[in-house]
Design a binder for this molecule. Structure first.
Ligand code: GRF
Length: 201
């Protein structure tokens, strides 16, 4: 069965593009039902439209509470019968209204080997900490920031002369590889959650 993805972005959308490309190449069996952004200028909205995918900006009004904004996102996704939500550079915290609407059906990608370096500027954090290896993580989203069960990770060396930009670029190449793969694993079923572990049977 072809499952429907809802992809949430805030910016350039290169992970969105990797998912579009994986579907087009037959490496991922899924349909992108909608792309949502919290920023009207997000370049990823144009990438989606160029691929014939509906792309909608849900602009947070300054007076909207987190609950109200989350509820607006949930409405957009449920109206399009979305099975799995993929956060791809979505720079807004989601609260229980959103997370409880899609239990174990929200994925996120983060540019470090979690649980190291959650939050913003993960690549800069890795360089400043002096780790020799960093990477990328795809995980299920729960109530805590960058903390849910881990589906896939890829390791990336940190080189002596790396800047935040060069390390980010090397990690991004791995993000583009593992995000479509992780989506395929989650859609494929045959997994469960044991404690905080994502276990494939
Ligand atoms: C990626 O590095 C992702 O890991 C992080 O935000 C960035 C989004 O990049 N969550 P893009 O918009 O997919 O190009």
């Amino acid at each position: 069965m072809n499952r429907r993805l809802g992809i949430l972005i805030s910016g350039r959308g290169s992970n969105l593009q990797a998912i579009i490309d994986a579907i087009a190449a037959g490496r991922l069996e899924a349909t992108i039902g909608v792309v949502l952004s919290n920023r009207p200028g997000a370049a990823g909205l144009e990438r989606a439209r160029a691929a014939g995918i509906e792309a909608v900006c849900v602009d947070p009004s300054p007076s909207a509470s987190r609950h109200e904004y989350d509820a607006a996102l949930v409405r957009e996704l449920q109206a399009r019968r979305i099975d799995l939500v993929c956060l791809a550079g979505f720079m807004r915290l989601l609260g229980p209204t959103f997370i409880d609407a899609f239990p174990h059906r929200i994925l996120n990608i983060h540019p470090s080997l979690l649980p190291a370096f959650p939050g913003l500027h993960a690549q800069r954090q890795a360089i400043e900490h002096g780790v020799r290896i960093s990477g990328a993580t795809v995980h299920l989203v729960d109530a805590d920031l960058d903390a849910g069960p881990i589906v896939l990770q890829a390791a990336v060396p940190v080189l002596a002369d790396d800047t935040e930009e060069t390390l980010a670029a090397r990690i991004l190449a791995e993000e583009h590889r593992i995000y479509p793969e992780a989506i395929g694993i989650v859609l494929g079923g045959g997994w469960s959650i044991a404690g905080r572990r994502f276990v494939r049977s």
